[in-house]
Design a protein around this ligand. Sequence first.
Ligand SMILES: O=C(O)C(=O)C[C@H](CCCc1ccccc1)C(=O)O
Ligand SMILES: [Zn+2]
Length: 331
Amino acid sequence: MCEEKQWNSTQLRRYDLELEQIPRLYYTDPKIDELISLNKPVVITGSNIIKTAKANWTPEYLEQNIGNAGHTVMLSKTHKFKYFDESKVLNKNNPHGIEFTPPTRKTKMKIGEFMRKLREWKPGNDRLYLQQPLNNTIGDLLVRDFINFDWEYINNKQSKHNWGPLTSNLILISQEGNVTPCHYDEQQNFFGQAYGYKRCILFPPSDFECLYPHPVYHPHDRQSMVDFDKPDYTRFPRFKFAKGYETVVEPGDVLYIPIYWWHHIESLMRGGPTISVNFWYKVGPTSLEYPLKDHQKVSITRNVEKMLLEVLQDPKEVGPLLRSMVLGRYT
Ligand SMILES: O=C(O)C(=O)C[C@H](CCCc1ccccc1)C(=O)O
Ligand SMILES: [Zn+2]
């Protein structure tokens, strides 16, 4: 039977992008392992991976059970929550940092205050996004739910695909309409959707030239410089060639976001709060096998940038040096 969809396309933000669908496969389907081994995204449906979260994690339940410690909440004046690395921002004890105006503010909030602020939110108020690594401050019922995730399935995938150790699980409680702008992470990611609906737009690592990441030394390292709401085609002409994939994850879905794949994530407008839990896996130093995979080339460019910045010191010298090295010789 076909369930009626719980959302409609007016709840999705509109972008100037051509998007194909990410495959949705039932968790017993062997094609899932084919796609994961090719470092390609797939939505795993019908599994018990986060079954207890799908069953129990409503905003009210989390308010009762997430624990009474303060939680990390990002505040933003816009719907965008563009991540930045605080260690790369210029401040008194970081002379090498750069001038930078943070687009979001990080605070600590008790869950009750967070939920109240969400309920009382009015246009013009700061938007809120709770982003809290799961730790030992969570309540007993949440611990029980977490223990009852289908770890056999999860661990089987982790070992079959030679992922490194699970580094962290992030609990995400988003206000409706919030956007995490396009970025990539250096970890494999099982992105579990527990409550509400999130639209995920992904691009392969080979779209590096179309998505213009900030320089590695910048606080917005790994984030795209392109504003999807208003792309600057003069500065970023190749953005029009980006070839994206999208899906809307629903409660119980687990989206495999391959390492180094770009992803933009939005909580549907007028869809109420959303709750997600991700599983990040670091990958160890992999032996370089030829031909190199696209994500390995991105990793190499990062190392070149870091080395050049280390020796040149001044970021303004990196462009001219690379240009003189490459133009007429390698191009
Ligand atoms: O799971 C992922 O990789 C996502 O990008 C999920 C994303 C929020 C990520 C917030 C964040 C980014 C970097 C460091 C710490 C926190 C969302 O769902 O909005
Ligand atoms: Zn991410």
